[in-house]
Design a protein around this ligand. Structure first.
Ligand SMILES: [Zn+2]
Length: 118
């Protein structure tokens, strides 16, 4: 029995659980997703302001007094754009009140379409 069979239907089918199952676009279901950037946010204490680090296209931006963000603890997200629907979305992992959540959110039309592979 595969991990998918054990966990389904609790795990959304857009998240692959092994190397044979790619992450699917939560909007159109396409498999051709490009990483657009990664954002990591870490608080100094529960509910406090935090540090936000963004990595995109080989550049790093650090915001030492990041504005308040949702949840009470740290989080990180991977931003993608999809070849199938040209939309941007994010997969976020965040902790709130002792539990960790994974969620997709739609960011809007893709800001850019890369010419090369990512
Ligand atoms: Zn799509």
């Amino acid at each position: 029995m595969s991990l998918r069979e054990i966990l389904a239907p609790q795990v959304p089918m857009v998240i692959g659980l092994n190397r044979e199952e790619p992450v699917l676009c939560p909007i159109c279901g396409d498999i051709y997703l490009h990483h657009a950037g990664i954002v990591v946010r870490s608080r100094t204490a529960e509910d406090a302001h935090g540090v936000e680090v963004t990595v995109i296209k080989g550049a790093v931006h650090v915001e030492t007094r990041a504005p308040a963000f949702t949840g009470r603890r740290d989080d990180f997200r991977i931003e993608f754009w999809c070849e199938g629907c040209a939309m941007s979305f994010a997969l976020a992992i965040k902790q709130h009140k002792g539990c960790t959540y994974a969620e997709f959110s739609v960011l809007g039309p893709a800001r850019e379409m890369e010419d090369g592979e990512s």
